[in-house]
Design a protein around this ligand. Structure first.
Ligand code: ADP
Length: 274
């Protein structure tokens, strides 16, 4: 049931290649500024349910800001974000739209999980407790149900025997796999991944990417992924968006972007990372 404080006078815009209702996420002319710095510049893109989209591009091109907007960690300056055809943003003043309330956004946010570069596990809690906290406190699961879910997910990420360990007893790669299990424990519809392997020693990267490949293959979760792991992006994504200066410089199927990039900016970026 939609929350009672759903903004009413809002209609999602049409989207090329289908109506907005077919799209899970729509960015419509989104502008994000920090002071004088324009980080996202009238950005338009949409993501279909179940689609896996990778965001690539030079550092500072606005990729992480997109994920942070979806986590409601930042507010947009202009434009709109829609999820399932419903507003998902603090509507800017003067837009003529009713601003979404905090409680409405919180409801919608439950459908979105995020894994960060830094794993951010609670060091004083066991792995089990780290995973159980949000399902118990946010979704209202019983402790038994949440514990069972934690065990299933730890099995999925290959850490079934670490359920009673503390994060400090685990390697960085194992901690990141726990962070993935923790995000999945909320059964999100959308999973946001922000450079999840960048803080890891090189020998630990493959294990984490294998887990994410498994998640991609065995679920229909919608993924938005910022990564410098181009092999992973090529294997897992349906579509790649190449960002430059807060705009999409080029987008396409991974085979085209990586095999036959058309834009000079894409070519020089790929040369710098491959
Ligand atoms: P990317 O993920 O592509 O590296 P980001 O989205 O992290 O890019 O950042 C885009 C730009 O926005 C950068 O120039 C960054 O310094 C700036 N930026 C990000 N967050 C803030 C903030 N909270 N305050 C000021 N500038 C910010």
């Amino acid at each position: 049931m939609p929350p009672s404080d759903t903004p009413e006078n809002t209609t999602a815009p049409g989207v090329e290649g289908g109506s907005a209702e077919d799209k899970l996420i729509v960015f419509d002319q989104v502008v994000k500024r920090f002071g004088d710095l324009t980080v996202l510049d009238h950005l338009d893109f949409s993501v279909a349910p179940g689609e896996r989209v990778t965001l690539i591009g030079p550092s500072g091109s606005g990729k992480t800001t997109i994920l942070r907007l979806l986590m409601t960690l930042e507010k947009i300056t202009e434009g709109h974000i829609w999820i399932d055809g419903e507003p998902f943003s603090h509507m800017p003043r003067g837009s003529g739209l009713v601003p979404a309330s905090e409680s409405y956004l919180r409801q919608k946010r439950k459908r979105i999980g995020m894994v960060f570069q830094q794993f951010n596990l609670f060091p004083n809690m066991t792995v089990r407790k780290n995973i159980m906290e949000a399902p118990v406190h946010v979704l209202g699961l019983s402790r038994d149900e949440a514990s069972e879910r934690a065990q299933e997910l730890l099995d999925l990420v290959g850490l079934g025997d670490k359920i009673d360990a503390h994060p400090t007893q685990l390697s960085g790669g194992q901690q990141q796999r726990v962070a993935i299990a923790r995000a999945l424990a909320m059964r999100p519809e959308i999973l946001l991944l922000d450079e999840v392997t960048s803080a890891l020693d090189p020998e630990l990267v493959a294990g984490v990417l294998d887990v994410l490949r498994e998640v991609a293959e065995t679920t229909d979760i919608t993924m938005l992924c910022v990564t410098h792991e181009m092999g992973f992006a090529r294997d897992v994504s349906h579509r790649v968006l190449m960002f430059d200066k807060g705009q999409i410089a080029e987008e396409g199927h991974p085979d085209q972007i990586f095999g036959d990039p058309r834009e000079e900016r894409t070519k020089s970026f790929l040369k710098s990372v491959l």
